[in-house]
Write a protein that binds this ligand. Structure first.
Ligand code: NAP
Length: 472
């Protein structure tokens, strides 16, 4: 049975509007419909946010987040199935994502209670006097969040949770490819007691919704997660406001001769294939030192056989589809280009509709589109490197700078990598995507402006610090 959901203006479902059909990337069946917002609805959502004055107390904000967490916990399986149905991700990925979202809610509920205000005594210099300066954190009047399709729930939670913790009214524009999970999640928040004007969720044409939100002079923050192209466009049109941009990546996994080979194979496979390879921090380039390259490659091919590709809702499936058929066709094209340039497909490579098999590609030339740009799918391209310096230079050679992983048992090599890699995160003996939901996360170069997300950093972005002083 398909879902019928509605865009929300200030917490209220729209009573009219065009309908958006959401179809399964796996078999094209109708998963649900969403009533879309118009330009007038967008303006109404902004006006409602700006007019809102009754900021809930810290306890009330924390309570809403905690109640939402409990409600999501009791409906874990239902949410995992909605994610699998609309995004084509394997059920185990949906379940994993729900678990991460529970963490986001828990950490945001905790942070909502924490006052990070500071006190400065002013009598600490020759120019000083008997005063004290205090800092306090104030909510923004209106923030906008725009989210991608690849983590339909967790990306949304990483915007909404910190905004609520900060007391900031938020207008969310989820991906039109995965709106159902976002709207169901919004319903949980409202049922948990979130005041309606603190959350609007708008689906609709870019010119009617996303662009007016980005350009509006009274929107104080645009938090965007998505592609580099759209992120840069937003940076060009947003005007004078805070920007939180989390963009694409093509993260390297560097594997040195002294690596634990079994660990390296596990990290390469998990990093390349989890979430159908559609994580901004997925392993997009495997840079293997030549001494272990043959054995590593042989074992990765063997391991890849375990990543069964199929119906996202089957328990046996480990890799579902990518988001749609055009995306799978694009991946097939970059794969064919690499093969034409000398790369070899060792396993996988076949496409059916929106499904591309997990694919190991060896001898990938360093200038192929597959490894220079972001390939958002279950590809594991292997490039041989001479030594650590060669690996670091190659890792730094693209326009991206999101995250990275290094597999080594040699601490000085690990530390050199941490110092040298130009990116937001370096994980030693872990996948580039490793994080906890409250640790600072975000990239540099084309991957972002270096302003971090993660629950704690995001709360700072969704608020501003007011300084005041008193005679003492
Ligand atoms: P996308 O095409 O950039 O879309 C992201 C969002 O932007 C969607 O909600 C989309 O709406 C909206 N949008 C499209 N055009 C817009 C415009 N002109 N102005 C404002 N908003 C606009 O990205 P995607 O394909 O959904 O997601 C995949 C990308 O996200 C990958 O590049 C991935 O690396 C990146 N990503 C980055 C991170 C990170 O933290 N760094 C995390 C996850 C994903 P519609 O759906 O209506 O088009």
């Amino acid at each position: 049975m398909s879902l019928e959901l509605f865009s929300l203006v200030a917490g209220r479902p729209l009573s009219q509007g065009d309908s958006l059909a959401v179809k399964s990337p796996y078999d094209g069946s109708l998963v649900g419909t969403v009533r879309q917002a118009s330009r007038a609805d967008t303006d109404a959502a902004i006006a409602a946010a700006l007019a809102f004055r009754d900021t809930p107390t810290r306890f009330q904000r924390s309570d809403v987040l905690e109640k939402t967490r409990a409600a999501l916990e009791s409906r874990r399986e239902e949410f995992a199935r909605t994610i699998a149905s609309e995004a084509g991700l394997a059920l185990r990925e949906g379940r994993y994502e729900v678990g991460r979202t529970l963490d986001v809610l828990r950490f945001a509920a905790m942070e909502a209670l924490r006052d990070d205000g500071q006190i400065f005594s002013c009598d600490i210099s020759a120019q000083g006097k008997a005063r004290k300066i205090f800092t306090t954190r104030e909510p923004l009047r209106c923030a906008v969040a725009i989210t991608p399709f690849n983590h339909p729930l967790n990306q949304v939670a990483h915007k909404v949770g910190p905004a609520i913790a900060a007391g900031t009214p938020l207008i969310l524009k989820p991906s039109e490819k995965t709106p159902l999970t976002a709207l169901k999640f919004a319903a949980l928040l409202l049922e948990a007691g979130l005041p309606g004007p603190m959350l609007s969720v708008l689906l609709g044409p870019t010119a009617e919704v996303a662009e007016p939100l980005v350009r509006h002079p009274d929107v104080e923050l645009v938090a965007f997660t998505g592609s580099v192209a759209v992120g840069k466009r937003i940076a060009g049109t947003a005007g004078y406001k805070k920007l939180l941009l989390e963009l694409g990546g093509n993260d390297p996994l560097i594997i040195l001769d002294d690596a634990d080979l079994e660990l390296a194979v596990t990290l390469a496979a998990e990093g390349s294939y989890r979430n159908s390879g559609q994580r901004c921090t997925a392993v997009k380039r495997i840079l293997v030192q030549q001494g272990i390259a043959d054995e590593f490659t042989r074992r990765l091919v063997e391991r890849t056989k375990e990543y069964v590709c199929g119906n996202p809702l089957d328990e046996a499936t480990r890799v579902g589809t990518v988001i749609d058929e055009p995306s799978a066709v694009h991946l097939e094209t970059v794969l064919q280009e690499a093969v034409a340039a000398g790369a070899k497909v060792l396993i996988g490579g076949r496409r059916k509709g929106a499904q591309l098999e997990p694919t190991v590609v060896a001898d990938v030339p360093r200038d192929c589109r597959m490894v220079v740009c972001e390939s958002f799918g279950p590809l594991a391209p292997i490039i041989r490197v001479r030594d650590l310096d060669d690996a670091l230079e190659l890792a730094n050679s693209t326009a991206y700078g999101l995250s990275s992983g290094v597999v080594t048992s040699h601490l000085p090599s690990a530390l050199k990598a941490v110092r040298t890699l130009r990116c937001g995160t370096v994980n030693i003996n872990e996948v580039p995507g490793y994080r906890i939901e409250s640790s600072p996360f975000g990239g540099i170069k084309d991957s972002g402006l270096g302003v971090k997300e993660g629950v704690i950093e995001s709360i700072k972005a969704y608020s501003y610090v007011k300084t005041f002083s008193l005679p003492w």
